[in-house]
Design a protein around this ligand. Structure first.
Ligand SMILES: *Cc1c(COP(=O)(O)O)cnc(C)c1O
Length: 376
């Protein structure tokens, strides 16, 4: 059996090696390392895949979120509503821009932001909502859009974990996550569903004016060469990364299918177990399975994690400390905030290996060992 990893990017690479190697060598030969043709080609390809008018490539997913918030003209002290149960990048950029992160609860089944909690957290200072499509499952966008419209708020989707996920509205219209809010942000970190061979990110919008601002901010606030209208940053997707991503984009649906297949295997193996809750799929969302995350009930999670590692099966806790309890946010006094669902999930979740290259032998080995420990 091949060694089991949380993510197996090498085996995935080997399947498209000839194509990727040629693309990288072509970039090296062209020497157009910055803003070479593959950057625009990839952006165009991604726009049509996501179903959005504009894709602005940038250096990573954290920058994508930062640039999005800068482009919306948010002012210091403005409040941004976001789940506490997410990766730190979502909330860190809020504080970095001297905005105030307002942490709210998630739904215990979907792991995504809870619309009722958003409504309760709105104040006259609220300017934006940042839903996160955590683990690859969509946040309830239809309800979020309705709240945003009612209170005149911006919606920035953190789509770093859910590229390729489909969201279906109650009228039957289906859109890709990232194309639903005012702005969508994603990451091409190597382990993400569409992973580069290094860092990368992108910003999506259907708004022409916002697209101009986003592009400008990602490029030193420049309107034309050496004329800088606003304070921006330097955030670019390398040509080499774009060339690789352009090839991988053509395989993305295949990759998601492979992830779903692995998830189906796990689902069957754990079905009906009293101590294991397998990932939920809401009617409005399919699942891109960036992570396959279980909720354990009455299981010694650290013990399971240790037992699995002894069998050479990695497992991870995403995330061991929720945002509102991070020391980074001390100034906002959120640590004592009542977050029963978030705290409950934080203590019970565990993510199993999930990637495109898992075979049945590996999946069976992982599932059997999880069950061995829990049933012992
Ligand atoms: C990975 C990730 C990011 C940040 O992406 P980077 O490319 O690592 O900067 C932001 N939000 C979420 C939810 C993520 O998983």
């Amino acid at each position: 059996m091949r060694q089991i990893q949380m993510v197996d990017t090498r085996t995935q690479y080997h399947k498209i090696k000839a194509e990727v190697d040629k693309a990288v060598l072509d970039v090296m030969e062209s020497s157009a390392f910055i803003n070479g043709k593959p950057v625009q080609d990839f952006a165009d390809g991604l726009s049509s895949y996501i179903g959005v008018k504009h894709t602005i490539p940038c250096a990573n997913g954290t920058d994508a979120l930062q640039i999005a918030m800068m482009a919306l003209g948010l002012q210091p002290g403005d409040e941004v509503i976001t789940p506490s149960f997410t990766y730190i990048a979502t909330t860190e950029v809020i504080a970095l821009l001297q905005l105030k992160p307002v942490f709210v609860e998630v739904d215990a089944k979907t792991f995504c932001i809870e619309p009722a909690a958003i409504e309760k957290a709105i104040t006259p200072k609220t300017k934006a909502i940042v839903p996160v499509h955590l683990y690859g499952h969509a946040a309830p966008m239809e309800e979020i859009l309705a709240i945003a419209k009612k209170h005149n708020l911006f919606v920035i989707e953190d789509n770093a974990q859910a590229i390729g996920c489909n969201y279906t509205f109650s009228d039957g219209i289906t859109k890709k996550t990232g194309a639903i809010g005012h702005i969508g942000c994603t990451s091409f970190y190597p382990s993400k569903n569409l992973g580069a061979f290094g860092d990368g990110g992108a910003i999506f919008t259907n708004d022409d004016e916002l697209a101009v601002k986003l592009k400008m901010i990602a490029n030193h606030g420049q309107s034309k060469r050496y004329y800088h209208d606003v304070v921006g940053c330097n955030s670019r997707l390398d040509t080499i990364q774009a060339a690789i991503l352009d090839i991988k984009l053509k395989h993305l649906d295949e990759y998601i299918t492979a992830r779903k297949k692995a998830a189906d295997f796990y689902d069957k193996a754990f079905a009906g177990h009293a101590k294991i809750t397998t990932p939920y799929r809401a009617v409005y969302s399919d699942h891109a399975f960036h992570q396959y995350t279980l909720i354990l009930d009455g299981v010694d999670r650290d013990g399971l994690n240790l037992y699995l590692s002894e069998q050479h099966v990695p497992s991870m806790i995403y995330y061991p400390v929720p945002g509102h309890k991070q020391k980074m946010f001390e100034q906002f006094n959120t640590a004592s905030q009542e977050m029963p669902v978030t705290d409950w999930l934080t203590e019970r979740v565990i993510s199993l290996p999930m990637h495109t290259e898992l075979d049945e032998e590996q999946l069976d080995f992982i599932a059997s060992n999880v069950l061995n420990y829990i049933n012992k």
